[in-house]
Design a protein around this ligand. Sequence first.
Ligand code: CUA
Length: 166
Amino acid sequence: MSTQKMHIDSYERNWMLVSAILLVLFATAVSVAAFGLGIQVPAPEQRVDPRTVATDPNSPWSNPGLREIAPGKYDAYVLARAVPNWEYLPKEMSIPAGSSVSFYVTSSDVQHGFKIQNTNANFMVIPGQVSKLTIKFDEPGTYNFICTEYCGSGHGVMYGAITVTP
Ligand code: CUA
């Protein structure tokens, strides 16, 4: 048997090389972003029953709000709902500067969004799922949050605020 060599045009070979280099660059960029810079997609935290999540006494969303779990560390249970009047519960939260807050957000009816101004928090709120993201608030001020998924006629009034005190 004779050894066969495939003929590849030099232009084609060069473009194949460029494509291979690009793939390595992209894989490196994604790895650096995920493991070096900590940029991650919010993952579904847990599943809940949207019909009972706001009323079941064992559900933290039956009593939404902030819980201080350690000095400067908080869990925030936030309920987004279109019924009866398009709102977040709670609508307002206050924490001292330097606090780290883990948001656990769910919906008792339709799909909503949760975007906090001047932070990288911006995620979907899906009935039946809990979205979780931890944000550290170093700068005092007011951080408004709004609904970013169209959820009905009251979508535009669906907002709230986090006050970070010095
Ligand atoms: Cu809730 Cu738009």
